[in-house]
Design a protein around this ligand. Structure first.
Ligand code: ZN
Length: 123
């Protein structure tokens, strides 16, 4: 019995830790200053976690809501956040492709340099 309780607790803990970690990323997310890796993890987590989504909504309202209200604009929280998450996913996809391309170019450049060095050595 006590073992069963223990294992239930240890199963819950990682999820809570993940939420804590994700919620710590919220300010960075709203400032668009997360690393590619963090941003990917963050958006993936928010798809399945309503707790962190709520936290993001609150932070977003505090950050955007006030400045928009000052400019007399209305705010559609749900649509805004969906758009923002979609935009992040597009950016992640783009950056991932870009990174892959950079690695390919780097690989090619190293190969060309090696080939030149070998040619020079042979001459
Ligand atoms: Zn969470």
């Amino acid at each position: 019995m006590s073992n069963a309780v223990k294992s239930q607790k240890s199963q819950k803990k990682p999820a809570q830790n993940t939420c804590k970690r994700m919620q710590a990323l919220i300010p960075g997310y709203l400032e668009k200053s997360l690393t590619l890796h963090d941003a990917r993890e963050f958006t993936e987590h928010l798809k399945s976690c309503s707790v962190c989504r709520d936290e993001l909504e609150i932070s977003y309202l505090l950050k955007e809501g006030i400045s928009r209200a000052e400019m007399g604009e209305t705010i559609d929280l749900h649509t805004d956040l969906e758009d923002m998450l979609d935009e992040t996913e597009n950016t992640i996809q783009y950056l991932t492709q870009y990174n892959t391309a950079v690695h390919l170019i780097e690989g090619t450049a190293v190969f060309v340099l090696l080939a030149c060095a070998m040619l020079l050595f042979m001459i």
